[in-house]
Every structure is written in C-alpha cells, then in structure tokens.
Design a protein around this ligand. Structure first.
Ligand code: PMP
Length: 420
C-alpha cells in the first residue's frame, strides 16, 4: 500500500464532492507532527481544521479516552444518562462569559450545534427569522448552509434552502466594509426585508474562520448586542472555530466583553473526538419541550472524557497565554517578510488565530498566490490551510501545545515558501 495506489482507490470508492487536500494518507501523529503511510513526516498547521488545540494524542486525552473505553462507550444519554455529561455542562456553564444561570446541551458536530441553537432560539422567542453575515461559515446541513455566507463550493446545486435567513456584510476594513457600513446594512435589512420583531437570532463568529480570519471589532460586537437588546433578538456567538484558547482567551467573544445569549462550540473541545454543544441562558435553553433536543450519539461518553481532559490541559498548560505568545511570534515573522513579499496585503490575527492575505499588483485578491504557498509548504513538509471568501488567505491552526523547536522549524519553512 502506498499513497499513489490509495489515491486511485479513493477516487473510485468515494465521491469527488468530498474534496481532499493532501495527496498522502495519515499513518500516525503526535502533538504537531504527522507521518504518512510512506513514513514521510509533516508539521501539522491544520490540526484537523482547528480541532487539535491540545495537539494530536495528548497523553492526558488518550488516557481519559482509554479509561472510559474500559467502562462503557455508549448508552445514549437520553436513555441512560451519565455523570460526565452533567459535569461537563457544569464546567462549560462556569467557563463561558456571564454570571447568569446557564445550561448546556451537547451534540456531535459544529453544524448540529448551530442547528440546535437556532431551534432553541425559535422556541424561546416564538420568532422565525435568522440573521447571519456575509463570509460566515456555519456548517454543511441545509439550515446551516443557508446561514453560511459563501456560495462556492458550499451552496452550489444544493438549494432550495430554508427560508427566513438573511445576511448582512461582515466588517472588513481591507475590503472596504466599515463597521458603520455593516450596521447600516442591518438597518436597511430591517426596512427592506424583515421586520426585526420577526427575528429570533443574530449569529456571528467573533472571528470568521472559513471566511478569512476576520475579527469582528469589539465595538461592533457591542453595537450588535445593543441592536439585539433593542429588538428582543437573541445574540448567538458561533465559537466553533474560535473556541478553547485559540484566540488567547478561552472564547473569542471575551475579548469584547460582550455576553451572548447562546454560544455554539465544537472542534477543539474534545481533542479530536466528535463533540459539540450549545450553552446559553437557562430560561432560553429550557424553551424546547422534553424530547425536542438530543441525538443518538449526542454527548458521546468517549468524547466527553476527552473534553474533560482537554479543559484540564488548557488550564494546566496555560494554553490561552501560550496562544498569545505563539501568535505574536508568527505575526512578527510575517510582518518582517512584507518587505520581501509584496503580495502580502495583510497580516492579521487574534491570539494564535493568525492569517496572511495576498493581493496581486493591482490590489485584487490573489488566490493563486495562497495556493502556491500552500503547495510549496506541503512539498517541504508543512501542512497549511487556506481560507477567505476569495480563497486568498492562509490561516494558521497549529496545536497550541507545539514544541518550540517544531514551531521554529515550521516558521523557517513558511518563510522559504513565502519568498517563493
Ligand atoms: N461553525 C463554524 C464557525 C465553523 O468553523 C464550522 C466548521 N468549519 C462549523 C460551524 C461546522 O462544524 P462541523 O464541520 O463540525 O459541522
């Protein structure tokens, strides 16, 4: 078995709609390193798309999963409940912003968490409509696809989508959209498309992930909070990509001081095990009737065991502070390269959620450059992800537990690849 023969089998056995980035196949991985089936080593700056803030196979996480494996792997929480679910809900309720009474429900994927947040918001408000942002990514199910603000490749051929989902532009100074433009668009939306009294929820990623690592200015989040309060709309922070220390705080919304009514999370919560959740004001979370929420695998015991270990590791290894340090190191390297690499149009980030954006000589988004850097890096053993509405951004999602030497090695590769 080698990469090439597996590539042929993959193309014959699974649909092309599941786009695959790397032409090699994983054999094993440890912290920030991954080896393919031919024994080649890679430094993993994708981390399973923001899932491995605590790295591949953190010993605390694997031990927790192994211990749970010896007890039970599945009962379905709605049939026979278990203490680890209750305790994780308590931990999340205590760790999320706001001192009010909260409750948490667990699910399996990020999209499922977002879908359930909307179900809860509709049940609590009795209102149907949802507002999301251009460039947003909320998932691949039909409702979350409707909420996702990027057509290609997510929406093409999959409509019609659920109704009553509206978009306003996300502020992005580099692309000429100011905070005021976005707020004006919201006012316009309320005049031209939807009565605010019909809006159940407004959902925002505090830092857009797939959309290009665009951070919402804190003043913008505060303004949205005011709009929501004025019109009785619930504010949902989608922290699926930003959560669990990536931005230098446990949750990105904490940078603004804004307290959302509901928060969705997934990815790095459980160190590679599928687990997601919705946390929110107790009275809102209690709006759906018993049986209205759940799922056969929702709150899987192995994933919950992993999540407890992940939260312990984040605390004990002070990964929020580490995110800040690593983010600054990466940012200053990228800034220093700007003199040599004129295609870099912006280096931005919050904590370790850092990205570099490319433009051509005419100032237009340059996706080819992002792709070329990604390709060169892969050839040199560094796995990088692109993002952005124009696909012209490279984002960095290394494990926050990465060893200093491996981090420096990766930055050296990156520097070489950026210089071309
Ligand atoms: N919300 C955000 C902000 C995301 O980044 C993602 C995944 N990239 C999702 C939701 C969907 O998560 P999943 O792929 O686990 O369904």
């Amino acid at each position: 078995m080698n990469n090439q023969s597996l590539q042929q089998r993959r193309l014959a056995a699974s649909p092309r709609g599941i786009g695959v980035m790397c032409p090699f196949y994983a054999d094993r991985a440890q912290n920030a390193e991954l080896w393919d089936i031919e024994g080649r080593r890679y430094i993993d700056f994708a981390a399973g798309i923001a899932v491995l803030n605590t790295g591949h196979r953190h010993p605390r996480v694997t031990q927790a999963i192994a211990a749970q494996l010896d007890r039970f792997t599945h009962t379905c929480y709605q049939v026979v409940p278990y203490e680890s679910y209750v305790r994780l809900a308590e931990r999340i309720n205590a760790a999320t912003p706001g001192t009010h009474a909260k409750k948490t429900a667990f699910f399996t994927t990020g999209a499922e968490a977002v879908e359930n947040a909307i179900k809860i918001a509709r049940a609590a408000t009795g209102r149907p409509a949802v507002i999301a942002f251009g460039g947003a990514f909320h998932g691949r199910t039909l409702l979350t696809m409707a909420m996702t603000g990027k057509v290609a490749p997510y929406k093409i051929g999959f409509g019609p989508f659920p109704a009553d989902v509206y978009h306003v532009p996300f502020p992005h100074a580099l692309h000429g959209v100011t905070e005021q433009d976005s707020l004006r668009a919201l006012d316009t939306l309320f005049k031209t498309d939807v009565d605010p009294a019909r809006v159940a929820a407004l959902i925002i990623e505090p830092v857009q992930g797939e959309g290009g690592f665009n951070a919402a200015p804190p003043s913008f989040l505060r303004a949205l909070r005011e709009y929501c309060d004025k019109y009785g709309i619930l504010l949902i922070a989608d922290e699926v990509q930003t959560g669990f220390a990536r931005t230098g705080k446990l949750f990105a919304v904490e940078h603004s001081g804004v307290v959302p009514d509901l928060m969705t999370f997934a990815k790095s919560l459980a160190g590679g095990m599928p687990l997601s959740g919705v946390c929110g004001r107790a009275e809102i979370m209690d709006a759906p009737a018993p049986g209205g929420l759940g799922g056969t695998y929702a709150g899987n015991p192995l994933a919950l065991a992993a999540a407890h270990a992940v939260l312990d590791v984040i605390e004990e290894e002070q990964l929020a502070a580490r995110a800040q340090v690593l983010g600054e190191r990466l940012t200053s390297r990228l800034q220093a390269l700007r003199a040599d690499v004129p295609q870099i149009s912006e280096v931005r980030g919050l904590g370790a959620m850092v990205a570099v954006e490319f433009a051509d000589a005419q100032g237009q988004p340059d996706a080819a450059q992002a792709c070329a850097v990604q390709q060169r890096a892969l050839e040199r053993g560094l796995i990088l992800l692109t993002c952005g509405v124009y696909g012209n951004v490279i984002r960095f999602l290394f494990p926050l537990t990465i060893e200093d030497a491996v981090f420096e090695e990766a930055l050296d590769i990156l520097q070489t690849c950026l210089r071309g």
